[in-house]
Design a protein around this ligand. Sequence first.
Ligand SMILES: CC(C)(COP(=O)(O)OP(=O)(O)OC[C@H]1O[C@@H](n2cnc3c(N)ncnc32)[C@H](O)[C@@H]1OP(=O)(O)O)[C@@H](O)C(=O)NCCC(=O)NCCS
Length: 153
Amino acid sequence: MLESFVRPAIRRYEETDGVAVLQLSQKYASWDSTPTEADIQGFRSSEPDFFLVAELNRRIVGFVCGRESKNVPDEVLRKWKATKVGSVEVLAVEEKYRRRGIGTQLLDTLFQAFTKRGIDTVTLSMPAEEIGAKKLYDKLGFETRGYFLKKKL
Ligand SMILES: CC(C)(COP(=O)(O)OP(=O)(O)OC[C@H]1O[C@@H](n2cnc3c(N)ncnc32)[C@H](O)[C@@H]1OP(=O)(O)O)[C@@H](O)C(=O)NCCC(=O)NCCS
């Protein structure tokens, strides 16, 4: 079957995915600072169920990493009507495999894992220049709550 019609398998990150995931992070997910091998290991040890890869023909074509946000103040939880909050830390899909639903598949699977743990609200920060990512999050129903500003003095 033509590769473009095949959906990748979404599964938990394994040790042997390290090089591929690091390459994807460095190519596509470097927002001012580039993720290091230690960051990747950190994602894995913080919560293996929230670190997922998309595998197609034994190739890693995308990944997502989420985290439970501990220490959210009660007042914020009340305002958000949230029980537990999670965040999307990093998401990237190899360029030639984009626009065929892999980013959505990764996020849907992460959100299912979040829901199983009682996480009912998701936040994330992203570079303003990633117009495609903003469109994806808008489509998934994310609400823009603020802007991150920077100026050189
Ligand atoms: C953001 C990213 C993960 C999206 O991956 P993807 O597999 O292409 O996403 P999907 O195919 O699931 O896209 C779903 C929908 O999002 C929107 N979308 C995604 N990329 C888009 C783009 N470049 N332009 C316009 N809309 C886009 C579309 O509505 C798309 O549906 P459609 O193709 O049926 O029109 C990928 O572009 C990427 O790796 N970007 C670089 C890293 C990045 O920005 N990460 C997120 C920051 S946290």
